[in-house]
Design a protein around this ligand. Structure first.
Ligand SMILES: Cc1ncc(COP(=O)(O)O)c(C=O)c1O
Length: 165
């Protein structure tokens, strides 16, 4: 059998570096926030070339916070692709808003901008596009849909950190 993903290979390659880093964090009991989290956030910001970055505990929280930052909550709808990890929808439901699922394209399995547009109602506040499998969705097309209807466009990059159009 050929394994689809061999996670052991990466660990073996970087084992000493990983173990030294884990040991240092444990010895300093710096598990939540603190200098290591700050350093990671800053190095990740530089890697992305982003102007600002705030680290959070996981991708689900990041999506929920993005919704809250945009003032999204009960009574609002947010369009999300039907094919994604469930946390994309959780980021919406945790605010009290309703996720509205739209279809994906047959060739990329990523959000279909045309179907996203068909799902817009008077309650829609945002669309979440998900860059799946390390490949970007049709950003320019979805951006046009969002702009045409005055909606926020949020990108879920949990599976695609650092990918570019
Ligand atoms: C597309 C997508 N969005 C959001 C998440 C949620 O991330 P987390 O598991 O860190 O909460 C994941 C996790 O796999 C994901 O694949």
């Amino acid at each position: 059998m050929i394994p689809r993903i061999d996670l052991k290979r990466d660990f073996q390659k970087h084992k000493e570096e990983y173990m030294a880093a884990i040991q240092e964090v444990c010895e300093n009991a710096s598990y939540s926030g603190g200098p290591y989290a700050d350093r990671f956030a800053d190095e990740f910001r530089q890697y992305l070339g982003a102007g600002a970055l705030t680290g959070v505990d996981n991708g689900t929280s990041a999506l929920q916070l993005a919704m809250l930052a945009l003032g999204i909550g009960a009574g609002d709808e947010v369009i999300v692709p039907a094919n994604t990890y469930i946390a994309t929808a959780w980021g919406v439901t945790y605010t009290g808003a309703v996720p509205v699922f739209c279809d994906c394209t047959a060739d990329t399995w990523e959000i279909d901008p045309a179907d996203a547009e068909r799902k817009i109602t008077g309650r829609t506040k945002a669309i979440i596009g998900v860059h799946l499998y390390g490949q970007p969705f049709e950003y320019n097309e979805l951006r046009k849909v969002a702009d045409r209807h005055g909606l926020y466009l949020v990108e879920d990059c949990a599976q695609s950190a650092g990918c570019s159009l």
